[in-house]
Design a protein around this ligand. Structure first.
Ligand code: 0X9
Ligand code: ZN
Length: 303
């Protein structure tokens, strides 16, 4: 079977998702999103015990940064628990989960292709004028685009914002999921890997906070407490911009442009940066799952 405590290739992930949807047609549906820049087929995983009820939606994505492999692993583990764990009825009744486990499959496969590419972050798109490849997907969203924390240089390996907002087909897909479901989407969580932070808007500035910051902050602290109760490390909770300002992130777009009331970037893996050892997945993924249960309970309570 498919082990959740290992890192998998993108084709293996897709195969798992396809077979899960076949085995659980009552709970899991897949929405085709089109193809990545290099032609990889992308599918949104929708998990719902009552798709016609118009439930609030929790949208989770992962893997916009190619090298942050623990993020797709967490998304897959979340899918697995929601579908296969009989206790997950609580998390499913009254909430729909939309999960996109690998936003940047081209970059993900590139980091798997050989050790020299392991730390690649960006997409793999080619710019017609420049020789350099790739855009930082998390600087490419169309809200306060490029006002802070970005590079305008296409050859920058880390934070090139792209030639224009939503230049990347992969960020367009995430944007479309948000816009098409904007009324019902109440929580957005983007999974990353860097030292255990749970951050909320604004990301583009550390100068000020949205007027709703207290409820963003308090839900994040509840989630952090739940992870800690499960034996995990607590998150550092603050606004993304107070950590460091960087514009064009998906969290700001969801909150500021789409109007999703709760929006977070969840940076996993205390003590590690982008690369998290596979052998520790079995310890941390179940701990983080408890955080998602708290998210769901609070969204059910409020909406
Ligand atoms: O810089 C990023 O994109 C994220 N950190 S990472 O180390 N995974 O690259 C943080 C993004 C926080 N949100 C915004 N700045 N909008
Ligand atoms: Zn990241």
């Amino acid at each position: 079977g498919f082990s959740f405590y290992e890192y998998h290739s993108f084709p293996a992930i897709q195969e798992y998702i396809d077979s899960l949807a076949k085995r659980h047609p009552d709970l899991v549906t897949l929405q085709n999103l089109g193809t990545s820049y290099q032609g990889r087929r992308m599918k949104l995983v929708k998990i719902s015990s009552d798709p016609l009820a118009g439930n609030p939606i929790i949208f989770v994505d992962a893997g916009i940064h190619a090298r942050e492999w623990v993020a797709p692993a967490m998304a897959l583990y979340l899918i697995h628990r929601l579908v296969n764990d009989p206790d997950a009825r609580k998390e499913l009744d009254g909430v729909d989960w939309y999960i996109l486990p690998v936003v940047n499959p081209d970059g993900y496969e590139y980091t798997r292709s050989n050790r020299a590419n392991r730390l690649w972050r960006k997409t793999r798109s080619k710019n017609s004028i420049f020789e350099c490849v790739g855009v930082d997907g998390n600087r490419n969203y169309g809200f306060k685009w490029a006002v802070s924390g970005v590079s305008k240089n296409p050859c920058d390996m880390e934070t090139y914002a792209g030639p224009k907002p939503f230049s990347e087909v992969e960020t367009q897909m995430v944007r479309n999921i948000m816009m098409e479901n904007s009324k019902r989407m109440k929580l957005y969580v983007s999974l990353h890997s860097y030292g255990q932070y749970l951050v909320y808007p604004w990301g583009y500035t550390g100068e000020y906070l949205p007027k709703e910051w207290k409820r963003l902050d308090s839900l994040a602290r509840m989630v952090s407490d739940a992870v800690q109760r499960a034996g995990g490390q607590p998150f550092k909770v603050l606004s993304a911009g107070k950590w460091y300002a960087a514009a064009g992130g998906s969290d700001d777009f969801a909150f500021g442009a789409v109007g999703v009331p709760y929006s977070y970037t969840m940076e996993l893996t205390n003590g590690y940066e982008f690369v998290f050892p596979e052998r520790l997945l079995r310890i941390v993924l179940p701990q983080y799952y408890e955080g998602f249960r708290t998210f769901a309970a609070q969204i059910k309570k409020e909406f």
